[in-house]
Design a protein around this ligand. Structure first.
Ligand code: FPP
Length: 284
């Protein structure tokens, strides 16, 4: 929030500056509590510049650092970033190794900023399968930031929403078996939600995907049931504060009904049920 105030007051910004205009338009009372981002387009960013793919990932890390800080300053409660999907192991070994090296670099260099911004880091995904040194570093930063009570930064690493759901259901079955109540077990939504990696976070309100693809790519399939989707053609390394504010403003213009109605139905609309033939005629 403090960022919006500073921008709106025009700190070091000329009138007409895109950030300032957007900051004035964004409603600080309706900042999405949880933003989830599919950070796509690093490879294309590099290719367009005739650079190796790894240069795109390196530029992507710089964007991560800025967007994390911006979200914390905007008052976002949780930010989930899709850093490595369970399917990303299919990439060439050199690229995968470089992604681990970048992640370790990020964790090592970001700890100070995370502490300064009171951000707590956590992870989602089968992180035990990560190379040992990456895993140890990740757990160390999680431990060291565990007492921070500002924004939650949730890194989805070796993450697959289908895996997450399968793990949740298996955990429910195992628990019931151990407690001897398997034959009476009836699974409900709460039991599943409680066992997801995001159990202690609000559900994502806004899902952003960069670089134009209209897919959710096995990301938070359960949790995004009612999230607003925002897709931008901007490649992840070019995503910036202006883009973030645009996405939030777009989110604030949406009408969220969660399957209900925005207004109670009028008397005529709530009258007697129409006959089947009427429905067929009116729906043509
Ligand atoms: C998609 O771009 C991006 C990834 C698979 C990895 C995202 C990782 C980072 C931004 C860096 C590490 C993350 C953290 C949190 C430090 P792509 O390679 O699929 O791009 P393309 O579709 O243009 O090829």
């Amino acid at each position: 929030m403090k960022m919006l105030e500073a921008l709106a007051q025009g700190e070091a910004l000329a009138p007409g500056d895109a950030c300032r205009e957007l900051a004035l338009a964004v409603d600080p009372a309706r900042i999405p509590a949880h933003i989830a981002i599919i950070m796509d387009g690093n490879g294309r960013w590099a290719k367009r510049r005739g650079l190796p793919r790894v240069a795109g990932h390196r530029a992507g890390v710089a964007t991560v650092r800025k967007i994390v800080e911006d979200c914390a300053n905007l008052g976002v409660k949780a930010l989930t970033l899709y850093a490595f999907s369970a399917e990303n192991w299919k990439r060439p070994r050199t690229e995968v190794d470089m992604l681990w090296r970048l992640l370790r670099f990020y964790l090592r260099h970001e700890l100070e900023d995370l502490q300064r911004n009171n951000i707590r880091l956590q992870s989602s995904g089968r992180v035990e399968a990560l190379p040992e040194r990456v895993y140890e570093e990740l757990r160390a930063v999680e431990r060291e930031t565990a007492r921070n009570n500002g924004m939650r930064l949730n890194l989805a690493i070796n993450y697959s929403a289908r895996n997450e759901l399968v793990d949740a259901v298996n955990a429910i079955i195992d628990e019931a078996r151990i407690e001897g109540r398997l034959s009476e077990l009836v699974v409900d939504e709460k039991m599943i939600s409680r066992r997801l990696c995001t159990a202690d976070l609000p559900e994502p309100d806004l899902l952003i995907r960069t670089s134009g693809e209209m897919r959710v790519s096995n990301f938070l399939l359960w949790q995004i049931a009612y999230a607003e989707l925002y897709v931008t053609d901007t490649l992840w390394p070019d995503f910036n504060r202006v883009e973030l504010l645009r996405a939030i403003l777009d989110f604030q213009r949406r009408e969220r009904r969660f399957g209900g109605l925005s207004e109670p139905p009028s008397e005529s609309a709530s009258g007697p049920e129409p006959e089947m033939e009427e429905i067929a005629v009116t729906s043509q």
